[in-house]
Unconditional design. Structure first.
Length: 226
C-alpha cells in the first residue's frame, strides 16, 4: 500500500494564546501538494475519502477545513460530502436539513442539485440512512458510477466518513474513491487500530494516499525544531 508522508496538524486548543507551531493552512498546503504532485503518468486524485482510527480523531474537522482551504485558497470547485451515516454533522454546521443527502443521491432518487453551494464550495448532507442497505446491495459499480458522475461537476470531492473498522458503508465507499486519507489522533490512536484500519483498507482495495497526525502537541520549545 502506498502511504505518502503523514502531515501534522496541531492541537489548536492547546496552542491558543500562543503562536501555533504549524498553522493549519501550512498543513493543508503540504497535503494539497502531496495530492497534486503525482508520479509521472498518474493523474491527481479527484475523489478523496477521509476516515480515522476510531471516533473523535478529527476527521470531520480536517476534511471540512481541507475543503475550505482548496475552495478558498486554491480556488478549486469542491464538493464536501457527509458520508458518516452513523454520526452526520455537516448539516448542523452548514445549517441545512439532514435529508435529502448523499444516501438519497447514491440510491438514485435525488440528483446532484441537493448539494448547497457557497462560492466554490458545495456541501451535501448525509441523507436518509435507511435507504442504504438497499443501495449497498446494489453493488460497488453502481456507487462508483454515481460518484464519477459527481466528479464531472467538481475538481475535488471530499468524503467525511466513519472509521472503516466499524462502518460497512465506508468499506464500500473507500474502493470507489481515488484515494483515502487516514486521520490519526496524536498520542491516542493505538498501533493495533492503525494496523486493523490498514488491513480493512487493503481488503477494500482502497488506495491510501496520505495521512494526517491530528492534535499534535509539541512538547519541546519551538526553536529546537528549527
Ligand atoms: N487539531 C485540533 N485541535 C483542537 N481540537 C480539534 C482538532 N481537531 C478536531 N478537534 C475537535 O475535536 C472534536 C472532534 O472532532 P471531529 O468531530 O472532527 O472528529 P471526528 O473524527 O469527525 O469524530 P466522529 O468520529 O465522532 O465523527 C471537535 O470538537 C473538534 O472541534
Ligand atoms: Mg465526524
Amino acid at each position: 500500500m502506498d502511504i505518502v508522508k503523514m502531515i501534522n496538524t496541531p492541537a489548536e486548543a492547546a496552542s491558543r494564546g500562543s503562536m501555533p507551531f504549524v498553522p493549519f493552512d501550512t498543513c493543508f498546503q503540504q497535503l494539497a501538494n502531496q495530492m497534486m504532485n503525482c508520479p509521472d503518468g498518474q493523474s491527481p486524485p479527484c475523489i478523496l475519502l477521509f476516515q480515522g482510527g476510531g471516533r473523535g480523531s478529527g476527521v470531520s474537522t480536517i476534511s471540512r477545513l481541507f475543503a475550505h482551504y482548496l475552495s478558498e485558497k486554491v480556488l478549486m470547485r469542491v464538493l464536501l460530502i457527509d458520508a458518516d451515516f452513523d454520526n452526520p454533522t455537516l448539516h448542523k454546521i452548514h445549517r441545512m436539513p439532514p435529508s435529502p443527502g448523499f444516501a438519497d443521491y447514491l440510491e438514485g432518487t435525488r440528483g446532484p442539485d441537493i448539494a448547497q453551494s457557497i462560492g466554490n464550495l458545495s456541501v451535501m448532507a448525509a441523507g436518509d440512512k435507511s435507504l442504504l442497505p438497499r443501495t449497498l446491495l446494489s453493488g460497488r459499480s453502481d456507487f462508483k458510477a454515481r460518484l464519477r458522475e459527481l466528479g464531472k461537476e467538481y475538481e475535488m470531492i471530499i468524503l467525511d466518513a466513519a472509521p472503516i473498522t466499524t462502518c460497512p458503508e465506508t468499506f464500500s465507499l473507500a474502493s470507489c474513491t481515488d484515494g483515502v486519507i487516514f486521520v490519526a489522533k496524536s498520542e491516542k490512536t493505538r498501533k493495533a487500530v492503525v494496523h486493523a484500519t490498514m488491513n480493512q483498507l487493503h481488503l477494500a482495495r482502497a488506495k491510501v494516499v496520505g495521512g494526517v497526525l491530528n492534535f499534535r502537541r509539541f512538547h519541546i520549545p519551538t526553536w529546537l525544531y528549527h
